[in-house]
Design a protein around this ligand. Sequence first.
Ligand SMILES: *[C@@H]1O[C@H](CO)[C@@H](O)[C@H](O)[C@H]1NC(C)=O
Ligand SMILES: *[C@@H]1O[C@H](CO)[C@@H](O)[C@H](O)[C@H]1NC(C)=O
Length: 256
Amino acid sequence: MFSSLVFPVLFFLTMAGRTTGQILSCFYEIENFNVSIIEPSLCTHIILIGSSNVDNIGHFQEPPSNVTEEFVKLKNRAPVKLLLAVTGNSAHFTTLVSSEATMQQFADESLAYLDRSGIDGIDIDWEFPVWSWGAKKSDRTRFGDLLRILRQKYGTKKLITVDVAGPPTIAKYSYQADYLNKYADFVQIMSYDYHVYDPILNPVVGFNSPLRRLPYERGILAKMNSVFFCLISSKVNLRIVSGSFFTSLLYFSCKT
Ligand SMILES: *[C@@H]1O[C@H](CO)[C@@H](O)[C@H](O)[C@H]1NC(C)=O
Ligand SMILES: *[C@@H]1O[C@H](CO)[C@@H](O)[C@H](O)[C@H]1NC(C)=O
C-alpha cells in the first residue's frame, strides 16, 4: 500500500506537525481492516473511510460495532484524534440536505454514535454537491445548512471536517467558502485530482498533488494546485499539507 513517494513526504510533515501544532491527517480504508498495522503516533488525525455512509433515505449508517471497537483502540497507543468518514452516493446526500428534519436527524444520530464510541468527529465526503448525477443546484447552499446544523448539535466537543474537490472547475459549483470557514475544523482538498488525464480538458499530466503552479502552467492548469484552491475557494491562508498515509493519495488542507 505504501508508495515510496509518499513516505518521505509524510516523514517531513510529521516533524513539522510535532513542532508547530499542525495537522497530519491519515486516511485508513476499511478494506482488510487491521489496526495493528497502523502506527498512530505518525498522525494527528486518523480517518476511517469506507465503513459509514448516508443511506438512500438520508440517514446516518454507522460502522459495524466490532469495527468501531477496534478503531477506538488506537487511542490507547497515541494521542490521536479519530474521525469517521461518511461517504455515500451523491444522490443520497442530496436527499439528506433536502429537508431540515433529515439533517437534524442525521446530526442527532451521528452525534449519538460519536458520543457512544468516543470517536472525535466526522469527515464529510460528499462527491460532489451540484456536480453529479441526481444532484440539485440547491446542494451548494444546502450543504452549508447541513454543516451549520451539525455544528449547532456538536458544539465544540466534536470535530467536523470536509473533503472537497480539488479542481476549481468542480469546486466553484460545489462549495461556498463562507460556510466551510465557519463550520468546518479543517477542509481536505482531494489534491490528487489536479492532474487527471482528460483528452479535452486536461491533456497534460503533472506532479501528484501540487502545492503551487509551475512556471510553465497557464490557464486552467495554473489553477490546479492547492495554493490556488485555498486562496480562491476558502480565502484563507494555507495551513498545512496533510497526507494520506494508508492509501497512496495525497490531500492538502486549508485552514478554516
Ligand atoms: C493483523 O496484522 C498483524 C501484523 O501484521 C498480524 O500479526 C495479525 O495476524 C493480523 N490480524 C488479522 C486479524 O489479520
Ligand atoms: C466484524 O464482524 C463481521 C461479521 O461477524 C466480520 O465479517 C468482520 O470480519 C468483523 N470485523 C472485524 C474488524 O473484526
